[in-house]
Design a binder for this molecule. Structure first.
Ligand code: 5RP
Length: 232
């Protein structure tokens, strides 16, 4: 399940703009997806030019990209904190209090993304304009232990959602996450109260992580053909 709209130029601008926020000595959370990949490549170029950073990847994909880009890697248990995390989103809704709610997990990486993004002093979202919505209505990715798939799916239906087991793109069978689990994409239509839905989903036995990131992001860098708008 993935929103494939949005120009790659807009994504590039957003990713590169956010990478500029990284300071010498920073520990950086490296998000997952095509927009975050632009930030990782830009950081790699900065490392080539002498910037001293350590990255914490949020997925197998971002780890591989960072290694290819020459970014030294570390892990949460080896650092005192994360200075900044740069990550993409499937949808972004601005809240009344000026914060942001997100749906993430189009790349099935939202469990590790949430750990790293939430740990960061500053969590910056990179997006193209197609990601900005009000309200959120993207199917919420829910990573579940394989044994819990039927029971979680049943409760999601009882909560008014329609769960779909995410299928692997290039082979038979379901997508398997970096953590060995499966993903239910749960369509609730417009989500008027993300905080309540997030709590309900998170409380279900067998749910490893759900893809609503409620109020976690500090800023959103929205790329376009003309430049980058910073919100927050
Ligand atoms: C992965 C994610 C991605 O950040 C999200 O899917 C956005 O990806 P892209 O930048 O390719 O549109 O949450 O789990």
């Amino acid at each position: 399940m993935k929103n494939t709209e949005g120009s790659s130029e807009a994504k590039r601008r957003a990713g590169e703009h956010a990478a500029d926020l990284v300071d010498d000595g920073d520990v950086v959370g490296l998000g997952t997806g095509s927009t975050a990949a632009h930030a990782i490549r830009a950081l790699g170029r900065a490392v080539d030019s002498g910037l001293d950073v350590r990255g914490i990847p949020t997925s197998f994909q971002s780890r591989q990209l960072a290694l290819d880009a020459g970014i030294p890697l570390t892990s949460l248990d080896a650092v005192d904190g994360v200075d900044i995390a740069i990550d993409g989103a499937d949808q972004v809704a601005e809240r009344n209090d000026g914060g942001f709610d997100l749906v993430k997990g189009g790349g099935a990486a939202h469990a590790r993304e949430k750990i790293v993004d939430a740990a960061a002093e500053r969590f910056v979202v990179v997006a193209d304009p197609s990601k900005l919505v009000d309200p959120l209505d993207y199917p919420v990715p829910v990573e579940v232990l394989p044994d819990a798939r039927p029971t979680v799916a049943g409760t999601v239906r009882a909560l008014g959602g329609e769960p779909t087991l995410r299928a692997a793109a290039h082979k038979d069978g379901p997508v398997v996450t970096d953590n060995g689990n499966v993903v239910l994409d749960c369509d609730f239509g417009p989500i008027e109260d993300p905080a309540t839905l997030a709590s309900e989903l998170a409380a279900l036995p067998g749910v490893v992580e759900q893809g609503l990131f409620v109020g976690l992001a500090d800023a959103v860098h929205v790329g376009s053909a003309d430049g980058v708008e910073v919100r927050g």
